[in-house]
Ligand binder design. Structure first.
Ligand SMILES: NC(=O)c1ccc[n+]([C@@H]2O[C@H](COP(=O)([O-])OP(=O)(O)OC[C@H]3O[C@@H](n4cnc5c(N)ncnc54)[C@H](O)[C@@H]3O)[C@@H](O)[C@H]2O)c1
Length: 265
């Protein structure tokens, strides 16, 4: 009989899973029979997400409160997952933040905040997941959330773009280092996805005078999308489940664009 190539029985962690893209990634994995740890800074909200999903599917969903910038908390999240499900097969480093500022006004504080969550958080997540995978043996997969902002610099979100370019280079560096352990490291790059992140971006852009009304930024960013509309989180999950599955075993060091044809790179 052929080896199973899906995600059934695979143990996965998804960070930033209290809402938006991360929640959808976790739910899609659970629907395909994976065991999922939903992890987020918002511990109360992510606990509800896991509970709702256990009720919805009867599946193996747990929650972990984690700040991805804090190595001890990331280790505890992995420990909790291994305690519940026996191992870790797939790590999604998905948690991310944005805080727009006009380019000339960007402060050190803004830079450090965004680079710490999106860049350092990704590095720590890769390292700690890999340590667990190496210790248990049998390889594994690490999947990082990049962005169209990993391919182009945009003016009001310079640190965010820098942090998402960092995700690409961390993916490549880690892929080179971890291949000898049969650990693959890939990423995916969404374009404009309709999530709560955009509500915050709207508020910030209006505050700095770069937008006049809610929804304007999303409209302007979306004008060039060949598919003619912004993405829903469910547009992303076919690819993320594939990247978590054995069907993608021969891919590593790559970033898959999922932007409806917005950037063509
Ligand atoms: N929405 C988009 O258009 C878009 C496009 C490209 C890339 N992305 C990326 O996709 C990922 C998810 O975005 P989203 O739109 O679902 O955002 P979102 O703001 O809706 O959700 C992000 C989640 O991450 C959590 N989080 C923030 N800081 C954290 C930390 N330090 N530790 C742990 N969790 C933390 C938040 O609590 C939140 O639940 C992010 O990396 C984002 O940069 C989003």
């Amino acid at each position: 009989m052929a080896e199973p190539r899906g995600v059934e029985g695979r143990v996965c962690i998804v960070t930033g899973a209290a809402r938006g893209i991360g929640r959808a990634i976790g739910e899609a994995l659970l629907d395909e029979g994976a065991c999922v740890c939903f992890a987020d800074l918002d511990g109360a909200r992510v606990a509800n997400v896991a509970e709702e999903n256990r009720e919805r599917t009867g599946g193996a969903a747990i929650a972990a409160a984690v700040d991805v910038r804090d190595r001890a908390q990331v280790r505890a999240m992995i420990g909790r997952t291994v305690e519940a499900f026996g191992r870790l097969d797939v790590m999604f480093n998905n948690a991310g933040i944005n805080k727009p500022m006009n380019f000339l006004d960007v402060t050190e504080e803004n830079w450090h905040l965004i680079m710490d969550v999106n860049g350092l958080g990704c590095l720590i997540g890769i390292q700690e997941a890999a340590r667990q995978m190496i210790a248990q043996g049998g390889g594994g997969k690490i999947v990082n959330t990049a962005s169209i902002a990993s391919r182009q610099g945009f003016d009001n979100v310079a640190p965010y773009c820098a942090s998402k370019w960092a995700v690409v280079s961390l993916t490549q560096s880690a892929a080179r280092d971890l291949a000898r352990h049969d650990i693959t490291v890939t990423g995916f790059a969404p374009g404009v996805v309709d999530t709560e992140m955009w509500e915050q971006v709207d508020r910030d852009l209006m505050e700095i005078g770069a937008a006049e009304r809610p929804g304007q930024a999303m409209e302007e960013f979306s004008a060039e999308i060949l598919k003619g509309r912004v993405a829903r989180p469910s547009d992303i999950t076919g690819t993320t489940t594939f990247l978590a599955s054995r069907a993608s075993d021969y891919m590593t060091g790559q970033i898959v664009m999922i932007d409806g044809g917005m950037t063509l790179v």
